[in-house]
Write a protein that binds this ligand. Structure first.
Ligand SMILES: Cc1ncc(COP(=O)(O)O)c(C=O)c1O
Length: 381
């Protein structure tokens, strides 16, 4: 595998020759996004364990690892299976509930150091049984709810009890604690300060309580893209798991966790109709762009915005049609004209595709598969 962010390819295809809709990643921007997060991690002495749910591609994972990532974070067993081909240190940050899921995690290749994040005694028992059956050590992060209210033990004494249960069930090993600050979605800067301070306080209280109980967490794992550049302010965090930062998206730019020029991922689409006045229709609808709204109190409209004309949004969609809102522009596209759409939420859009095209300027240099897309199981009836 070549380093896809390096200028290596001599034979290229112009973007204009690609069939649309097609996902296109700007390789220079991707490289910059990867470098910036790696440098941030080094500067602050934080272990970077990127969440690969955004790209689902061993090629990109390799780029993260060569830039110093300590390991990878996955959500699904299939992601972990695919990533085990390039990485020997995997965190599955999703409750390992259900025998099938636990077995797949426990039977990852032997040379992989596997850790799971969990929040219940039931999941401890399931993964302990799978670990025993596979005769392998599995690390456990006890997940705490520090404000997102999705998963995670809300009461620290209960989290400590869970850590003790893990310690009592070898070959499980209590490796640390985890939380996901997904509730921090305010614009980067002053608007996040209150929540970050409160997180820092919660994290230090939790660490102190674990310490007093004699179950010191070796790793404190947190992190997201909206909080990426302020992770160091959440004192006590040793490891962070941003995912979206590799490609970025309209939401990330909107809250200032990246600039518009850092959006590396677009869907290249073609204007297919201008017959209805005051609008243009592109060949990218909900099956190409996803249907994720912008979030937050004063959220902007639309399901994506044009890279070169961010004032033009995809106002509504059918499955294959995207309707561009031309009310804020004097631009009147012709049928056949091409546009690049920055989606609201890149992770779900990546997952709609089998293959990504990597381009520098208008020249496509390479492609890579979204290899961990889907669930990776068959149902044999
Ligand atoms: C547990 C966990 N960790 C890390 C991440 C990465 O967050 P982001 O996409 O904001 O970078 C996610 C995202 O969903 C997550 O669920």
């Amino acid at each position: 595998l070549t380093d896809i962010t390096a200028r290596t390819s001599i034979v290229t295809i112009p973007l204009s020759e690609l069939e649309t809709p097609v996902p296109v990643v700007d390789l220079d921007r991707l490289g910059r996004n990867l470098d910036r997060a790696a440098e941030y991690a080094t500067r602050h002495g934080l272990a970077l364990r990127p969440h690969i749910k955004t790209h689902k591609s061993p090629r990109i994972a390799r780029e993260q690892l060569t830039r110093g990532a300590v390991g990878l974070t996955c959500a699904t067993p299939f992601e972990a299976e695919v990533m085990s081909g390039v990485c020997h240190d995997l965190l599955v940050a999703f409750p390992p509930v259900g025998q099938a899921r636990a077995k797949r995690i426990a039977t990852l290749p032997d040379n992989v150091d596997v850790t799971v994040a969990l929040d219940s005694l039931a999941s401890v028992k399931v993964i302990a049984e799978a670990a025993r059956a596979a005769d392998r050590r599995i690390g456990v992060y006890v997940e705490l709810d520090l404000g997102m209210h999705r998963v995670g033990v809300p009461v620290v004494d209960d989290a400590i009890a869970l850590a003790r249960a893990v310690c009592a069930l070898p070959p499980l090993e209590f490796s640390g604690i985890a939380f996901y600050p997904g509730h921090v979605r305010e614009p980067v800067g002053a608007a996040q300060t209150g929540k970050l301070e409160s997180l820092a306080k919660s994290v230090s209280d939790v660490i102190a309580a674990f310490d007093r109980a004699g179950v010191r967490p070796r790793v404190v794992s947190g992190g997201s893209t909206p909080t990426l550049w302020n992770t160091h302010e959440i004192t006590g965090v040793t490891e962070f798991r941003p995912g979206t930062y590799v490609y970025n998206d309209r939401t990330t730019a909107e809250i200032g966790a990246c600039g518009w020029d850092d959006c590396a991922f677009t869907v290249l689409a073609t204007v297919v109709s201008t017959a209805v006045p005051h609008q243009a229709v592109i060949d990218a609808g909900s099956k190409a762009l996803g249907r994720e709204p912008m979030r937050g109190a004063d959220a902007k409209d639309g399901f994506g915005a044009l890279l070169d004309r961010p004032e033009v949004t995809v106002a509504s969609m059918s499955e294959e049609h995207g309707i561009l809102d031309l009310s804020k522009t004097a631009w009147r596209p012709q049928v056949g004209e091409r546009v690049r759409v920055v989606p609201n939420h890149v992770c779900v859009v990546v997952h709609l595709n089998d293959v990504i095209a990597g381009a520098r300027g208008d020249a496509v240099e390479t492609t890579w598969p979204v290899a961990a897309r889907g669930r990776g199981y068959t149902i044999d009836v």
